[in-house]
Structure formats: structure tokens, C-alpha cells
Design a protein around this ligand. Structure first.
Ligand SMILES: [Zn+2]
Length: 241
């Protein structure tokens, strides 16, 4: 009887999904083609061709090198490369500017599944998504990095800490500025609300995009200034030249 009931419920759900798909067709974020019933955000083809960096197991990779001599990190990597002219850029646009936090959760889950067993999660105690300034958070309604972190947390079981680090200033434009100036621009934009919370922990800093690394460096140096914590970095995307 129970089995029959669960079968009926599952058939009813499938029927509802079919109707919803018909009334509100969903489209691939990247190519715009209509999604199949079992696809979410990205069609199978775009998912297959997502330009993954494949750097998870490459120690001393180009992402890690960005941090060398600036802050002490264990591991660092980005999941995929994007170019502003590439259609994959639309994932970022939807997440950051088009009010679609769910794509962040989807990408976080995808990253965690594909990176499981690589060294990026080795020994990590807690995830700290790069915080947004209050004004930005209010405007956007959500922190895109936290959405990615949520997806990662669902799969890995790692806890997310959104309280210990706060952002006191929003980012100012980095366009047209040199490396030195970019770093100076973001110095002191984070502060630790709780200096004990991250003490002795291995923190995985999660962000949506890595460009020069200046923001992430500022965050890590603030953490390490206050407490003895190991830090690793995982970003969803990295801007390619
Ligand atoms: Zn597609």
C-alpha cells in the first residue's frame, strides 16, 4: 500500500513537472536552448563543455601562485575559466546581476561533486564565503558567494560561517588600476567580528570570481592578522585573459 502511494505521489510530481515545463519552459543559462526535464540551469552539452580549469590536483598551480609572497595559503583553485565574450559568462551575470541565487547553489553542488576526492577540501574545517558590504547585500538581496558555499556545504557537509568575518566597505572600482593600487584599494575592507571563532581552523574561503585576487588576499590577511588559521581558496570562476 505504502509503495503504491509513493509511486502515485512520484507520478503526480512528474506530471506537475511536465505541466510546469510546458507552461513555463526553462532554458539553458549558457546557450538558451530549452532544457530537458532532468536538466537544471545548464543543458547537458553546455555542462559537458564547461571550461573547467582542472587545477584541483595541481599543486603550485597558477591560482596558488597569485597568493605566493602575499598571504599564506594551503591550496587554491578556481572551477572554470570564463571570458566576458563567452556565453559561460552568463552564469556569473545571472548569479550576480539577474537575481538568480539558485544558480549559485547549483554550481556549488556541481563543484563539490566534481572536486570530491581532490585536495581542495582536505582538512578543511569551515567555509567562509567572501562577505558583501551591508549596502550591497541589501540591494542584491543575497550574497552570491554564500549561495555557492551553500551548494558546497550540502554535498560535503562542511559548515558555513557567515558571522566571523564582516565587510566594512564595498568594493571600489578596480578598473584601470595597477596591481599595487588594487591591493591598496581593498586593504582594511574586512574585519573579524569574532576573533576566536576561526582560531586554529582550516578555513576554505569561497568566492564567485577571481580576478587579481586582491579582495581574497585582503580577507585572508585580516583573518591571519587576528588569529592562527590556515586558509585555502576556492572560487567558482576565474577570468581568463
Ligand atoms: Zn546549453
Amino acid at each position: 500500500m505504502k509503495k503504491m502511494l509513493s509511486q502515485t505521489i512520484s507520478e503526480a510530481r512528474s506530471f506537475v513537472a511536465d505541466v510546469l515545463d510546458f507552461v513555463f519552459p526553462r532554458h539553458c543559462t549558457v546557450c538558451g536552448e530549452r532544457l530537458q526535464k532532468d536538466e537544471q540551469f545548464l543543458c547537458a552539452d553546455c555542462l559537458l563543455h564547461l571550461p573547467r580549469t582542472g587545477l584541483a590536483s595541481a599543486e603550485g598551480n597558477e591560482i596558488e601562485q597569485l597568493f605566493w609572497g602575499r598571504v599564506d595559503i594551503r591550496r587554491a583553485m578556481s572551477f572554470f575559466r570564463y571570458h566576458s565574450a563567452s556565453n559561460y559568462h552568463r552564469i556569473l551575470m545571472d548569479l550576480k546581476f539577474h537575481g538568480k541565487p539558485e544558480i549559485g547553489i547549483f554550481m556549488g553542488r556541481l563543484m563539490a561533486r566534481e572536486l570530491a576526492g581532490t585536495k581542495i577540501f582536505d582538512g578543511v574545517d569551515v567555509i567562509v564565503p567572501v562577505p558583501l558590504a551591508k549596502s550591497r547585500l541589501k540591494k542584491r538581496g543575497y550574497n552570491q558567494s554564500e549561495m555557492i558555499a551553500r551548494g558546497i556545504s550540502e554535498i560535503t557537509g562542511l559548515q558555513i560561517d557567515t558571522r566571523s568575518v564582516v565587510r566594512t566597505k564595498a568594493n571600489v572600482s578596480q578598473i584601470g588600476k595597477g596591481r599595487q593600487q588594487r591591493q591598496e584599494n581593498v586593504e582594511g575592507i574586512f574585519s573579524l567580528a569574532d576573533s576566536d571563532a576561526l582560531k586554529g581552523k582550516h578555513v576554505l574561503v569561497v568566492d564567485d570570481v577571481l580576478t587579481t585576487g586582491a579582495t581574497t588576499i585582503s580577507l585572508i590577511s585580516e583573518i591571519q592578522k587576528v588569529c592562527d588559521a590556515k586558509c585555502s581558496v576556492l572560487t567558482m570562476a576565474v577570468a581568463s585573459n
